[in-house]
Design a protein around this ligand. Structure first.
Ligand code: ADP
Ligand code: MG
Length: 398
C-alpha cells in the first residue's frame, strides 16, 4: 500500500524527522488558507498523486509549455492560480504511464532555499535479507539516470537485523553523502530516525528524494515516497486509514473485497489459479507457449462459488482478456465443488471467451464429469502443459 507525500511526511514527523511545514488542500480556497498559515514569502504547491516525477510531469489539459506538478509560488494569488490549474487535471509523469493520474489533492508547503539536493532511501534488500540504505550525493529529479550512467555515485549501507541500527551506520551514510560538521551530524540522526520509522511502520520502501541542505546548513526532507508491507497492515490501523482508493486499480480493489490476490498484467490470457506458487507456474508456462498472462490471480485454498464468480467477473472486466485458463489443484477443496463453482460462475457471467480448465486432486473424475455435462464450451485439459497449449491455441483461433 502507498500513501501520499504529505501523509508520509506526517508519519515521519512523529519520529522527529525535520520536515518543512505544510498542509494538505482539496480545493483552491483550502490551498490559499493553507498558505496563509505558512510564513512565506515562498510557497510550493505540490500535486499529490501516488507517483513520482511530478516536477517534470505535464498536465494533459494544459498547454505543453505549462509548468509541472510541483510549482513555486511567490504570493497567495500564485498559490491560487497554481491550485486551480492542478486540481481536477491529469498529471502525466514518467511513473504514471500515458494515462496519467487525476490530481485531487494538493500539498502546500514552505519554500526552501536549497543549497544542495541528496538522495536517500531505505528498502528491504532481498539479496541480503536486510534493510538497506541507498544514498547518493546526486539527489533531485533524475536518480534513475544516476543509477544508470554513474552507478559509482550510489552507495549502499545494509543493517544487520541482529544488531539493529548502530552509530557506525549513521557515520557511513553521512560519509557517503560527503557531509561535514553539523550537517554530517544531522544526517546521522536522520538516518536513525528513518530506520526507526521504517521498522516500526513495517515499510516496504521509504524514499527521500530530494533530501536537501538549505542555505543555512539545515538538512530537510523535501519529498517522500512511502510504501507499506501489506501483510503487516493489520498492525497499523492508522496507516490503513490513509489508503486512497482513487489511486488504486479498481479491479484490484474489487478483488481485495473477496480476499482474492489479483494483480493486473499486460497479456491477454486471464488466469484463475489456487495457490501463489501454482499461479506463478501457470504464468510461466503460458509464456513458454508463446502468450502472456493478463493477470496473476490466486483464489486461495478455500474458494467458494461466490469467490470463483467474483474472480471470473474481475478477469472479464479487463477488456484485454481473450481467453481464460483455470488451473486448480483440489486439495482442501474438492474438484467437484470447484467444477460446480466454475459452471455456475461461467453461466452467471455469460462467458464469451474460450475457457480451458485443468483440474487435479480429490474427486477429479467427478469434477471433469460436471464440466463435460455442463453444456458450456469448456475445454478440459489433462495437465499444466496441455492446458497452456490449449488456451494459447484457442485464443489464436478466436
Ligand atoms: P517529484 O519527485 O515528484 O518530482 P519533488 O517533491 O521531489 O517531486 O519536487 C521536485 C523538485 O521541486 C525537487 O527536486 C525540488 O528541487 C523542488 N522542490 C520540492 N519541494 C520544494 C520545497 N518545499 N521548496 C523548494 N523546492 C522544492
Ligand atoms: Mg522527488
Amino acid at each position: 500500500m502507498n500513501v501520499h507525500e504529505y501523509q508520509g511526511k506526517e508519519l515521519l514527523a512523529k519520529f522527529g524527522v525535520a520536515i518543512p511545514a505544510g498542509f494538505a488542500a482539496f480545493s483552491v480556497e483550502e490551498a490559499v488558507e493553507a498558505a496563509k498559515k505558512l510564513p512565506g514569502p515562498l510557497y510550493v504547491v505540490k500535486s499529490q498523486i501516488h507517483a513520482g516525477g511530478r516536477g517534470k510531469g505535464k498536465f494533459k489539459e494544459l498547454p505543453a509549455d505549462a509548468k509541472g506538478g510541483v510549482r513555486l509560488a511567490f504570493n497567495l494569488d500564485e498559490v491560487a492560480s497554481h491550485a486551480k490549474e492542478m486540481l481536477g487535471n491529469t498529471l502525466v509523469t514518467v511513473q504514471t504511464g500515458e494515462a496519467g493520474k487525476q490530481v485531487n489533492r494538493l500539498y502546500i508547503t514552505d519554500g526552501v532555499d536549497i543549497a544542495k539536493e541528496y538522495y536517500l532511501s531505505l528498502l528491504v534488500d532481498r539479496a541480503t535479507g536486510r534493510v538497506a540504505f541507498i544514498v547518493s550525493t546526486e539527489g533531485g529529479m533524475d536518480i534513475e539516470a544516476v543509477a544508470h550512467d554513474t552507478p559509482e555515485k550510489i552507495a549502499t549501507v545494509t543493517v544487520d537485523p541482529a544488531t539493529g541500527f548502530q552509530p557506525h551506520h549513521g557515520r557511513a551514510i553521512a560519509f557517503a553523502l560527503k557531509l561535514k560538521g553539523d550537517t554530517n551530524k544531522q544526517a546521522q540522526l536522520l538516518a536513525k530516525q528513518l530506520y526507526d520509522a521504517f521498522l516500526s511502520l513495517d515499510c516496504a520502501m521509504l524514499e527521500i528524494n530530494p533530501l536537501v541542505e538549505d542555505v543555512n546548513g539545515k538538512l530537510l526532507v523535501l519529498d517522500t515516497k512511502m510504501s507499506f508491507d501489506s501483510n503487516a497492515l493489520y498492525r497499523h490501523p492508522d496507516v490503513v486509514e490513509l489508503r486512497d482508493e482513487t489511486e488504486e486499480d479498481p479491479a484490484e480493489i474489487e478483488a481485495s473485497k473477496y480476499d482474492l490476490a489479483y494483480i493486473k498484467l499486460d497479456g491477454n490470457i486471464g488466469c484463475m489459479v489456487n495457490g501463489a506458487g501454482l499461479a506463478m507456474a501457470t504464468m510461466d508456462i503460458i509464456k513458454l507457449h508463446g502468450a502472456f498472462p493478463a493477470n496473476f490471480l490466486d483464489v486461495g485454498g478455500g474458494a467458494t462459488t461466490e469467490k470463483v464468480t467474483a474472480a471470473f467477473k474481475i478477469i472479464l472486466s479487463d477488456p484485454a482478456v481473450e481467453g481464460i485458463l483455470v488451473n486448480i489443484f483440489g486439495g482442501i477443496m474438492k474438484c467437484d465443488i470447484i467444477a460446480a463453482g466454475i459452471v455456475a460462475a461461467a453461466k452467471e457471467v455469460n462467458l464469451s471467451v474460450p475457457l480451458v480448465v485443468r483440474l487435479e486432486g480429490t474427486n477429479v473424475d467427478l469434477g471433469k464429469e460436471i464440466l463435460n455435462n455442463s453444456g458450456l464450451p469448456i475445454v478440459a485439459a489433462n495437465d499444466l502443459g496441455d492446458a497452456a497449449k490449449k488456451i494459447v491455441a484457442e485464443v489464436k483461433k478466436a
